[in-house]
Write a protein that binds this ligand. Structure first.
Ligand SMILES: *Cc1c(COP(=O)(O)O)cnc(C)c1O
Length: 374
């Protein structure tokens, strides 16, 4: 399948200091890894029902409310299985009868499919848009959940989170946006994500910032007698989260790295700081793409262009997969396009952990590789 990679050596002075540009798992800060190693003997391999771990969970739950400036009454729930498991949990514990889904890429498609396969729900309303754009919600009194995606990681399209309707819960996949894009907590009822993207941790967990209306829905559905697998019950997740624990055993390293990253973001200046940093990284990358003869941003509307998962199309004359392969051979990792999108494209993640100097170095490295391939 793989053809041989052209033997191009990028000059050392062009290379970024850190070559991780992946859309998830993403760059983990080395300082956090070092701190984890230092405290490991009192933390890794200890009970998740005891203070060492529960204090971390409490820090995470409190820290996220602060980071998102959540109005009073909002609570953070967490559980195992990542955002993908949360889709199934939502089908059992958040949707009463019918949901509306904005479908504009791989991840939003998967949530719609998970709901479509759920016997106790009506067929979801799917509103689609071509890759590279996003659709808008349409008020429908028949639906009780509006499923939005803040940042469609597969195509590099972002949308603004705005409540379409005072009735109906607004349930937002914030997986690749949370901790990097601005969001007004008053505009959502549930904002859920996994920690291996902007939160620079590892995978395996889901977290959900929930409004009082969302919590009331979880309680109400639990009281209807609907048959809900325990692992997918948000009522069980709620009860455990309030005790600063998860229903079953979580990955302790993931919790630690997440707690450190939330602290780090808050210390730097919070969500506004993070969003500003990401915008600056994106301005460098998109500025370069607009200036380069062989590259252009895939998402044509700048307002829909993701500043965290930037997608850049290449001219036919330059094979993007070959460029990514040469970058990889030089230690610049994970710039490949999302496989199912099938475009001659690179995708570059610009999380708050990514340094501006490294984005500039990446553009120099790409120009060098393309020149050598020419
Ligand atoms: C990565 C991602 C997911 C899936 O997250 P998992 O932790 O692998 O379940 C879902 N939605 C979006 C928008 C993502 O970027």
């Amino acid at each position: 399948m793989t053809t041989s990679v052209p033997p191009i050596r990028i000059p050392f002075e062009y290379l970024p200091r850190d070559g991780r540009f992946g859309s998830g798992p993403s760059k983990v800060r080395q300082e956090a890894v070092n701190e984890l190693a230092e405290i490991a003997s009192a933390y890794l391999g200890t009970s998740h029902r005891r203070p060492a771990v529960k204090e971390r969970v409490a820090l995470i739950r409190r820290g996220l409310l602060e980071l998102f400036s959540a109005p009073s009454g909002y609570e953070v729930l967490l559980g195992n299985g990542g955002a993908t498991a949360f889709w199934d949990a939502a089908a059992f514990s958040l949707i009463s009868r019918r949901s509306q889904h904005l479908v504009f890429g791989e991840f939003s498609t998967k949530f719609g499919r998970a709901v479509a396969g759920t016997a106790h729900l009506e067929a979801p309303e799917l509103i689609e848009a071509p890759p590279g754009t996003h659709p808008d919600p349409v008020v429908n009194p028949e639906v009780d959940v509006y499923a939005l995606t803040h940042n469609e990681t597969s195509t590099g399209v972002r949308m603004r989170v705005v409540r379409p309707d005072p009735d109906g819960l607004v349930v937002v996949d914030g997986t690749s946006a949370a901790g990097a894009l601005r969001v007004d907590a008053g505009e959502f009822d549930v904002y859920y994500f996994s920690p291996q993207k902007a939160f620079g941790s590892d995978g395996g967990l889901w977290l959900a910032v929930c409004s009082p209306a969302a919590i009331a829905r979880i309680d109400a559905i639990a009281g209807t007698g609907r048959s809900i697998p325990a692992f997918l019950s948000l009522k069980i997740a709620l009860d455990n989260s309030r005790l600063e624990q998860t229903y079953n055993t979580p990955a302790l390293a993931t919790l630690y790295l997440l707690a450190r990253q939330i602290d780090w973001l808050l210390d730097q200046g919070g969500l506004e700081w993070a969003a500003d940093r990401v915008d600056r990284n994106a301005a460098v990358l998109f500025g370069w793409a607009e200036g380069a003869a062989y590259a252009s941003p895939f998402v044509s509307d700048p307002a829909q262009r993701s500043p965290v998962t930037a997608t850049i199309d290449f001219d036919q004359a330059v094979d993007a997969a070959t460029v990514s392969a040469v970058l990889r051979a030089n230690g610049i990792l994970d710039t490949e396009a999302y496989r199912k999108l099938g475009r001659n494209q690179i995708r570059v993640a610009l999380w708050p952990t990514v340094d501006l100097d490294d984005v500039e170095a990446l553009t120099r490295s790409i120009d060098y590789v393309v020149e050598q391939l020419g």
